[in-house]
Design a protein around this ligand. Structure first.
Ligand code: ASP
Length: 323
C-alpha cells in the first residue's frame, strides 16, 4: 500500500472504529489514567460520609455499598439538619424524607415522602434490590420499610421542634419562602477499584415545606443520575429548579458528549440561569464524577462546598459559582 493510501486507510479504520464504539470504549482509548477509587459528596458533612464510603472502597468493596454506607452517616447525624434524623420538619411539624440510589447496572430505587424511618437510603436500596419498582412513596414506602425490618422512630429532635415552633411564631406558616442558605442534601457519587460507578442522594428537603412536597432528591435524573459508561451526578439546592431541567441526567449526557465533569456542571447551572428568570433568588449546586475519576462541581451562588476522598486524602473544597 502506498504511503498516502495507507495513512488514509488507517485514519478511516480508526474513525470507523470510534464511530461504532460504546462511550466506555472511547474513554478507555483516550484516557488510560483513571483515578480510583474515589468518592465525591456535597457539603461539609460529605467529609464524614466520604470517610465511611472510603472504608468500603479501600477494601475492594462495591461503589453501591460505599454510597449507601456513606450517606447513612449524614442521615443518622442529628446535627445535619436537612438529612434524616434531626432534619427540620415541614410546615406542619412533620419530618418527611426523600432518597434515591443508583448502581452500575442502571438499576435504581427511591423513596419519597417517607416518615419515621431513620435511614431512607437503605429503604431505597431495598426498593431497588427487592421489588420490580423504582419508587415507593408515603405510607406505602413506610409499610414496605416496616415489613422489611426497619423500625418506626420519632426523628424530630427537640431542637428541630423548637426551631419549628419559633418559625411558626415569626413567619405565620409561609412555606412559599425558600431560603437560599438552607440547603443540605447529601449527594454522593463513587467509583470503585473495579471501575464501577454508583450514586446516592438523601434529604429531608426544604425546611417548612408544604406537607406532601417532594423535591428533586428521589427523582432519578433530577437529584441523582449514574451511567456506568460515562459518569454520575447529584444535585442540592432548590429541588423545584432541578426537577424542571433534570439536572443530573443533563450532566451525565453532557459528559457522554465529551464534556469534562466541571464543564458539564457549569453548563447545567447556565441552563438554569437561561430558563429560570428568578435564578438569583435561590441556590442549586451540582457535583459530578466521570469514569476516569475526574470530578466537577458548580453552583449558582457562593458557599457551595463539596468533599472529595481518594488515595491522597479526604478534603473539603469550595465550589466555583455563577453569580
Ligand atoms: N434539593 C433538596 C430539595 O429540594 C433540598 C436541599 O438540597 O437542601 O428537597
Amino acid at each position: 500500500m502506498k504511503g498516502n493510501t495507507r495513512r488514509s486507510f488507517i485514519k478511516k479504520t480508526v474513525l470507523g472504529g470510534l464511530a461504532f464504539s460504546t462511550s466506555s470504549e472511547i474513554f478507555s482509548k483516550t484516557a488510560p489514567n483513571v483515578t480510583k477509587p474515589i468518592v465525591i459528596s456535597t457539603w461539609k458533612w460529605g467529609i464524614d460520609a466520604n470517610a465511611e464510603a472510603w472504608k468500603v472502597l479501600q477494601q475492594d468493596g462495591k461503589a453501591i455499598d460505599a454510597v449507601e454506607q456513606g450517606v447513612r452517616v449524614s442521615e443518622s447525624d442529628p446535627n445535619v439538619t436537612s438529612v434524616g434524623y434531626g432534619g427540620l420538619p415541614d410546615r406542619e411539624g412533620r419530618l418527611t424524607l426523600d432518597a434515591s440510589i443508583m448502581d452500575e447496572t442502571g438499576n435504581c430505587g427511591s423513596v419519597a415522602f417517607l416518615e419515621s424511618i431513620k435511614n431512607p437510603i437503605s429503604v431505597a436500596r431495598l426498593v431497588m434490590d427487592k421489588t420490580p419498582h423504582v419508587m415507593l412513596a408515603g405510607a406505602g414506602a413506610k409499610k414496605f420499610a416496616l415489613e422489611n425490618g426497619f423500625k418506626e422512630e420519632n426523628l424530630v429532635t427537640p431542637d428541630a421542634k423548637t426551631k419549628w415552633q419559633e418559625w411558626i411564631k415569626e413567619n405565620n406558616y409561609d412555606p412559599n419562602y425558600i431560603d437560599p442558605h438552607n440547603h443540605d442534601t447529601i449527594g454522593m457519587i463513587a467509583l470503585d477499584k473495579q471501575g464501577n460507578l454508583s450514586g446516592a442522594c438523601t434529604t429531608s428537603g426544604l425546611r417548612w415545606k408544604y406537607h406532601g412536597r417532594v423535591g428533586d432528591s428521589p427523582i432519578i435524573g433530577a437529584g441523582l443520575y449514574v451511567d456506568n459508561a460515562v459518569g454520575g451526578a447529584a444535585a442540592t439546592g432548590k429541588g423545584e429548579a432541578v426537577m424542571k431541567m433534570l439536572g443530573s441526567f443533563l450532566i451525565v449526557e453532557l459528559m457522554r458528549q465529551g464534556k469534562s465533569p466541571q464543564e458539564a456542571c457549569e453548563l447545567a447551572i447556565k441552563r438554569i440561569a437561561e430558563k429560570q428568570k428568578d435564578y438569583k433568588e435561590f441556590q442549586v449546586g451540582f457535583i459530578a464524577l466521570n469514569k476516569q475519576g475526574k470530578t466537577g462541581a458548580y453552583a449558582i451562588r457562593r458557599n457551595f462546598k463539596y468533599a472529595v476522598a481518594n488515595k491522597d486524602g479526604n478534603s473539603l473544597k469550595d465550589s466555583n459559582h455563577f453569580t
